[in-house]
Design a protein around this ligand. Structure first.
Ligand code: CP
Ligand code: NVA
Length: 312
């Protein structure tokens, strides 16, 4: 049966370890100048219903480095669900390409595409989850803090949207403590909040200082996500006090990592001095998108390669 990569809840801790091991290996080989055309002759279709810098660049570059080919499909190109149903798009693409990546609004669109496609589907961000970003983030944490993520305390300060929800899935999978601070009305969806409580993954608070206290990593995301632009003035008011700045960072560990999925709205959720400061690893996260997604693509198209990888 084909596999998809839509969320982190459908993979095991062993899958995660093997994926990260492969990503780290591919990164090392790439930096040493070794080619690894593991997907030669394969094609990835990339369906975008929202803008992107990192996701597009890293999937397209990653596929080129693996010897394959990626095709970018812009939001207006195929009118998924409008010009043509999700089901018809999925069934047509499955006759031509080996992999599909989709960035869309409703998570259900991504799930439906995966259900109807006979080739693997990758979630490149929905309003619910951004699992590719989390893989790169966990890889970055490992590079800076070693392989045992369970001993870490991660603080998320900001909107309880797709990134916060992805961190809840990641905490459940990797076993670190997660402390989320959101303003009232911007908490993650109920099922995610319940999961956090049920599985004792950490705390959910309205107090950024409480979340950040003694954290090993402090993560934030934009207050206005793609598709929410009309709410940006209200959001700037509602998120007042939730900025990751030097003052807030004082409550974290002295060497806490500063993380952000990007794009950043500098001066809103994070200050220039913090995102550009010595503790910031945001460019490592962006770089690791490339290597983590190469690992995911190899895993989905040639799972036998991952099965022989030793967990990192
Ligand atoms: N972090 C991230 O997914 O960036 P893009 O929106 O630029 O793809
Ligand atoms: N929450 C942001 C993440 C961007 C990578 C958005 O959905 O726009």
């Amino acid at each position: 049966m084909k596999r998809d990569f839509l969320d982190l809840s459908s993979i095991t801790a062993d899958d995660l370890n093997r994926l990260l091991a492969l990503a780290i290996r591919l990164k090392g080989e790439n930096k040493a100048g070794f080619e690894h055309p593991l997907l030669r002759g394969k094609t990835l279709a990339m369906l975008f219903q929202k803008p992107s810098l990192r996701t597009r660049m890293t999937f397209e570059t990653g596929m080129a480095q693996l010897g394959g080919h990626a095709i970018y499909i812009a939001p207006q190109d195929i009118g998924i669900g409008e010009r043509e149903s999700v089901k018809d798009v999925a069934r047509n693409l499955s006759r031509w390409v080996d992999l599909i990546m989709i960035r869309t609004f409703a998570h259900e669109t991504c799930v439906e595409l995966a259900r109807e496609a006979s080739v693997p589907v990758i979630n490149g961000l929905t309003d619910m989850l951004h699992p590719c970003q989390l893989l790169a983030d966990l890889m970055t944490l490992r590079e800076h803090r070693g392989p045992d993520l369970r001993k870490l305390r991660v603080a998320f300060v900001g909107d309880g949207f797709n990134m916060a929800q992805s961190w809840i899935e990641a905490a459940a999978l990797a076993g670190f403590e997660l402390r989320i601070a959101c303003p009232a009305g911007y908490e993650p969806q109920k099922s995610f909040v319940e999961r956090m409580r049920r599985e004792k993954l950490g705390i959910l608070t309205k107090d950024p200082v409480e979340a950040v206290k003694d954290a090993d990593a402090v993560y934030t995301d934009t207050w206005t996500s793609m598709g929410q632009e009309k709410e940006s003035a209200k959001r700037r008011r509602d998120f007042k006090g939730f900025q990751v700045n030097r003052e807030l960072l004082k409550h974290a560990r002295r060497d806490a990592l500063v993380m952000h999925c990007l794009p950043a709205h500098r001066g809103e959720e994070i200050t220039d001095e913090v995102i550009d400061g010595a503790q910031s690893v945001v460019l490592d996260e962006a770089e690791n998108r490339l290597h983590a997604q190469k690992a995911v693509m190899v895993w989905l198209v040639k799972p036998e390669i991952l099965s022989v990888m030793a967990p990192a």
